[in-house]
Design a protein around this ligand. Structure first.
Ligand SMILES: [Zn+2]
Length: 198
């Protein structure tokens, strides 16, 4: 660090303090040329992009929201809290590495999908129902078709969208929220049955 008094480039750190929130480091330094003291501050650069919500509003990037979304999708599945946290961390890292000033919330969800898909297909379908607006039954069926195609090839059994006699459109259009676990599980079971007819 160059001395502000004599411009010499050598100093020793006398004292280091981290701010209460951990976001800033303050160092007291002494110039090795003129022995005068000065203070430097280090801050963590805010490199995460702002998130553009579906309604156009911007909000700060928040990894917790990703984590909550994933946690809702994996409810009652055999997926650990650590796996959920790791997925959220991976998504955060990927998005940070994009180096863009802002990103659509939808695109964040798109980055969660392949990770969830690799771990658990039921959770994947639940999550997809949040982030891809299934405006119609066909949209949801296409999603299941894609899954089925990977798993069992083109000759799998036909999809039954609402075996409980429910409204398929309502089914397809409803998101997954923490708190309506009962509904969610019924839907997930239907999705699982369709995705994996074995
Ligand atoms: Zn100096």
């Amino acid at each position: 660090m160059r001395c502000p008094f004599c411009s010499r480039d050598e100093d020793k750190v006398i004292e280091t303090r981290v701010s209460k929130d951990g976001g800033e480091i303050r160092r007291r330094r002494e110039c090795e040329g003129c022995t005068r003291r000065f203070t430097t501050y280090e801050r963590i650069e805010e490199s995460m992009p702002a998130v553009i919500k579906n309604d156009g509003r911007r909000e700060p990037f928040d990894r917790n929201k990703i984590e909550h979304g994933i946690a809702a999708a994996v409810a009652k599945r055999r997926i650990s809290r650590e796996q959920v946290m790791q997925m959220a961390l991976d998504v955060e890292r990927e998005i940070g590495e994009l180096g863009v000033p802002e990103i659509a919330s939808r695109l964040i969800g798109e980055r969660v999908l392949p990770k969830l898909r690799a771990i658990d297909q039921v959770s994947y379908v639940r999550f997809a129902s949040i982030y891809r607006d299934f405006a119609d039954v066909e949209g949801f069926a296409r999603e299941l078709d894609a899954l089925r195609g990977e798993d069992t090839g083109p000759h799998a059994a036909p999809i039954v969208l609402a075996p409980d006699g429910g409204n398929p459109a309502g089914f397809a259009g409803r998101g997954v929220e923490p708190g309506n676990d009962e509904d969610t599980d019924k839907h997930a079971a239907a999705a699982a049955a369709a995705a994996d007819p074995s």
